[in-house]
Design a protein around this ligand. Structure first.
Ligand code: DC
Length: 224
């Protein structure tokens, strides 16, 4: 039986992690898991229930009680059976997710679920702590980055907002994600750093596929 492959992609907001991880997973026939979507889903649930984002105890309960699944073959995320893929992308949810992701018990619950989701299949999982905490033994670790101006422009295009509005919020969120006490965003020592500034999606995709092929089976793609 072929060995299962785990590809971990970490990096700051707007580096292109989600788009690239999705494309690479589709190319290789691996499962794609967007862990940021999981933090966003818990934040969305808290907001709907009027739970303060600083209420550590209630947020821990929500993270433990939540049922989170991904529809196979798609990037849709289900929170307690409801497809929340669209509402978790609304403005403000990234910020809310970043805030609640500072709470150790929330992280503990979601990391447990992330490890379960990664069992039994070859996966591409992206987030902030995949190569460092969730799967420190991952076969391939990539740290995806780009200059902050370009990341802000990409995010602005996605949200259809001016870059001047998106940039300060994004910088503040990245600072929080990089400096929090629990599982901060850092490059794993054995991760490959890829600067995507000025590169097209196709160029980055080829570069990442090359890295993955070099690090896995004799340059051959593997499935499950
Ligand atoms: O990837 P994203 O922008 O959708 O993630 C939203 C927030 O969730 C991010 O600012 C920090 C948090 N997050 C995290 O702490 N750990 C992860 N593995 C993924 C996301």
């Amino acid at each position: 039986m072929d060995k299962r492959i785990t590809v971990a992609i970490d990096g700051p907001a707007g580096a292109g992690k989600s788009t690239l991880a999705r494309r690479i997973a589709a190319k290789l026939g691996f499962l794609y898991i967007d862990t940021g979507a999981m933090y966003r889903a818990i934040a969305l649930w808290a907001i709907r229930l009027n739970v303060e984002l600083s209420d550590m105890h209630r947020l821990e309960q929500l993270a433990e009680q939540a049922t989170i699944d991904f529809l196979p073959g798609e990037s849709s995320i289900l929170l307690n059976g409801e497809d929340v893929s669209v509402p978790i992308r609304e403005a403000g949810l990234g910020e809310a997710a970043s805030k609640i992701s500072q709470i150790p018990a929330v992280r503990r619950a979601l990391v447990k679920r992330q490890r379960e989701l990664g069992l039994g299949a070859s996966i591409v999982m992206e987030g902030r702590d995949i190569g460092t905490i969730v799967f420190p033994e991952a076969d391939v670790k990539i740290f995806l980055d780009a200059l902050s101006e370009e990341r802000a422009e990409r995010r602005a295009r996605e949200l259809d907002l001016p870059a001047e509005i998106v940039a300060p919020e994004m910088e503040q969120r990245d600072r929080r994600d990089r400096t929090r006490a629990e599982a901060p965003l850092v490059q794993a020592p054995d991760a490959i750093y890829v600067d995507t500034t000025g590169m097209s999606l196709d160029e980055v995709e080829s570069a990442l596929l090359k890295i993955i092929r070099e690090r896995t089976s004799n340059g051959k793609e593997r499935t499950h």
